[in-house]
Design a protein around this ligand. Structure first.
Ligand SMILES: C[S@@+](CC[C@H](N)C(=O)[O-])C[C@H]1O[C@@H](n2cnc3c(N)ncnc32)[C@H](O)[C@@H]1O
Length: 219
């Protein structure tokens, strides 16, 4: 697998902070076993973008046994954890794309593949000069719209106040493309919808931040 040929740059960590050595050959072999590159027109996929340690992908795989889940993540330690889950829990409907989501989109013809897209705790990039690295912007929501099936949903979770403000602005600017379906609900908390505790969910709770879930439906 040639990671260099990927077009879109992806900022952030590829390895964890621990000094624990990993066997890169075995990582690449496992990646080859579970990788997906080519999407099929007649298939219905669920896309999990930035799956970290894979908690959301494992959850989605169990919740939707008849759909194919694509876990999109370049973080090696996280993917290794997911591979262990795939094997120990015998998850048959989970595939991995080990890179930037923009690459898998660009490498496939524009078609309506996804019925659900999960984006749990996208990197917040708190420094203003890094905001342009954020995944959720008007350009990205316009782009992924083309790949969504009719009525498909995007579920975005964040605990960053400044990212939340940006997402509100982006939703306003894309209101002809998506309906923000839980905007009138009293609660926007993840636990009102899901019983998933990802690493970043736990970090937010420990730090006293209340994560918000945005549910968007393709118009
Ligand atoms: C803050 S972590 C959240 C991980 C996990 N979803 C959770 O809730 O614990 C964000 C993850 O998104 C991944 N990521 C960021 N931009 C991405 C992109 N464009 N395509 C795929 N993954 C991306 C990063 O590698 C990182 O592991």
């Amino acid at each position: 697998m040639n990671f260099k040929k990927f077009e879109h740059r992806l900022f952030g960590r590829t390895r964890g902070r621990s000094k624990k050595k990993i066997n890169i050959k075995s990582y690449l072999n496992l990646t080859e076993k579970f990788i997906i590159k080519k999407l099929k027109n007649n298939e219905e996929y669920i896309l999990d973008i930035g799956s970290g340690y894979g908690e959301t992908s494992t959850y989605l795989s169990n919740k939707f046994p008849n759909k194919l889940i694509i876990s999109c993540e370049k973080y090696i330690d996280g993917n290794l954890n997911l591979y262990r889950n795939i094997e120990s829990l015998k998850l048959k409907n989970l595939r991995i794309y080990p890179g930037n989501v923009n690459n898998i989109l660009d490498q496939n013809i524009k078609s309506q593949y996804f019925s659900l897209v999960f984006i749990f705790f996208p990197d917040p990039w708190p420094k203003r000069r890094h905001w342009k690295r954020r995944l959720i912007n008007v350009e990205f929501l316009k782009k992924i719209h083309t790949y969504l099936k009719k009525g498909a949903e995007i579920h975005i979770a964040t605990d960053s106040i400044s990212y939340s403000r940006q997402i509100f602005q982006v939703l306003f600017e894309t209101k002809n493309l998506y309906k923000f379906i839980n905007q009138n609900e009293i609660y926007l908390g993840i636990k009102d919808y899901y019983n998933i505790e990802t690493k970043y969910y736990k970090k937010a709770i420990i730090s006293g931040r209340n994560p918000i879930l945005y549910i968007l439906r393709k118009l």
